[in-house]
Design a protein around this ligand. Structure first.
Ligand SMILES: Cc1cc2nc3c(=O)[nH]c(=O)nc-3n(C[C@H](O)[C@H](O)[C@H](O)COP(=O)(O)O)c2cc1C
Length: 186
């Protein structure tokens, strides 16, 4: 049985490195892992607790997608040493959403110098009672590397790192059908 993984991108930029990274993950995921990138991040209204119980349609779409997933994959930029408003806003809509609790989450970081946002994001996820899968949270140095999606797939070191992270994430979902990571751990 396939492990459904929902991918959330914290950047709305057309040429987003984080979006590119998630698209690459969707293409290189091993059989048994299916990655769906949520395409409604830019349509989510700003979080308002008054609307939490009867949320606007895009929030319903996000929650339905989360409910149908066994794990989350997040890639998001750092802005001014903080998490992007885009990803924080999406997560705020999920704070009181029971299916989010315990969900395994991997955080990918396309810019290893962006440590503040990574730490803040992981703190937020832990506070929301997600299961942050440490082994699946990796930095992939794309900023300034000049790689496109194809080159990510064709770079063994990057592709192996990403597959290994996805294996850890799928294994944490508890319904794997996916063998444990086969790659040598560096
Ligand atoms: C307004 C703004 C603020 C930024 N602040 C930081 C920062 O504090 N630390 C950092 O490492 N990068 C920072 N960056 C760089 C972005 O994280 C980087 O360009 C990243 O690739 C953006 O993600 P994206 O390519 O997915 O859109 C900033 C970029 C912008 C546009």
């Amino acid at each position: 049985m396939s492990v459904n993984v929902l991918a959330l991108c914290g950047s709305l930029r057309a040429a987003s490195l984080n979006a590119m990274l998630l698209r690459a993950c969707a293409r290189l995921a091993q059989p048994g892992i299916g990655i769906t990138i949520f395409d409604g991040m830019g349509r989510l209204p700003l979080f308002n607790p008054d609307l939490d119980e009867h949320p606007p349609e895009p929030v319903g779409e996000l929650r339905t997608a989360v409910e149908g997933s066994r794990a989350l994959l997040i890639a998001s930029p750092e802005y001014a040493h903080g998490v992007s408003g885009t990803i924080k806003n999406a997560l705020d809509w999920l704070v009181s959403f029971p299916p989010f609790v315990g969900l395994p989450v991997a955080v990918l970081n396309a810019s290893p110098r962006a440590r503040h946002a990574r730490e803040a994001l992981i703190e937020t996820l832990a506070t929301m009672s997600a299961t942050v899968v440490t082994e699946a949270c990796i930095a992939v140095p794309l900023l300034g590397a000049g790689l496109d999606e194809e080159r990510i797939l064709q770079t063994p070191r990057l592709a192996d790192d990403l597959r290994r992270a996805l294996s850890h994430l799928a294994a944490a979902s508890g319904r794997t059908g996916v063998p444990p990571p086969q790659f040598p751990v560096r």
